[in-house]
Ligand binder design. Structure first.
Ligand code: FAD
Length: 232
């Protein structure tokens, strides 16, 4: 899977800083945007978002390309409703690329499991091709395709939604593939606009405690996780 930040709002931090000033000072958004410097933007964003006025960071949006992910992963991704998506369609695109499916490492590293997995997926692939040869439309032949099928998707989220997405999906409780994507998205978004993602990360990093209760994984050490994400 490949994750790439394709585009993001120009001067995202200055824009959100100008939005924050708009709410607390007399003056116009355009006037604030002309004058604001990055230190002021950083300070005001931290203060305003810190007291819960998070809508100011909704003005910055980030668009990612996620390539070669499984359908199992994208099915989870598209549950995030405050986002925009465009996904490769199995109605139009034939399942015939060289690398057709994703293999989880638990299966990859177990020769017996790998044999079952590859054998089953090859059978599915053959059956799919036979259905197409029988002139069954792609939109119907795809009914036999697996969760492992590779797909490409483009996703746009604003910075507030990204914070929420990172809370849930950078967490050790998230499924490995969406977690890998979320951590990569986190790194790239933070590099592009550090002031908007200073305290971002899984819930424990942003909230300071784990909201999972009894479900908290035993291996999680919040202080260690905080250090990890703050240094990314
Ligand atoms: C570890 C984990 C396990 C999961 N397991 C399951 C599972 O077993 N089965 C399952 O079906 N899903 C599961 N999910 C998906 C989960 O239930 C959410 O659908 C998904 O994480 C999207 O979260 P969200 O709704 O908060 O986010 P978004 O859709 O991005 O929404 C962001 C926020 O906007 C607000 N919002 C959005 N839409 C509405 C609305 N209609 N009404 C009120 N407020 C709204 C909420 O505050 C929401 O938190 C799991 C998620 C995780 C992280």
């Amino acid at each position: 899977m490949k994750v790439m930040l394709l585009r993001y709002t120009t001067d995202a931090e200055l824009l959100c800083g100008a939005a924050a000033l708009t709410s607390t000072k007399s003056g116009t958004p355009s006037g604030f945007l002309k004058k604001i410097d990055s230190e002021t933007a950083k300070r005001i964003i931290k203060r305003v978002v810190g007291y819960g006025h998070a809508s100011v960071i909704e003005h910055a949006s980030f668009t990612f390309s996620i390539e070669g992910a499984s359908r199992a992963m994208t099915h989870q991704l598209v549950r995030h409703r405050i986002a925009s998506f465009t996904q490769q369609s199995q109605r139009y695109v034939t399942y015939d690329t060289l690398e057709k499916y994703v293999t989880p490492s638990s299966i990859e590293n177990n020769p017996e499991a790998r044999k079952i997995y590859d054998g089953t997926l090859e059978k599915i692939s053959d059956a799919y091709q036979k259905l197409l040869n029988l002139k069954i439309p792609k939109e119907d032949a795809r009914f036999i395709l697996p969760n492992a099928a590779k797909t490409n998707i483009i996703v746009t989220m604003n910075a507030r939604e990204l914070h929420h997405f990172f809370n849930l999906r950078c967490c050790a409780r998230a499924q490995w593939e969406i977690r890998e994507a979320a951590i990569e998205m986190f790194k790239q978004a933070k590099k592009a606009a550090p002031a908007l993602f200073e305290n971002a990360g899984p819930s424990c990093v942003e909230l300071g405690f784990c909201p999972e209760g009894k479900m908290k994984p035993a291996e999680c050490n919040i202080e260690e996780i905080k250090k990890q994400f703050r240094s990314m």
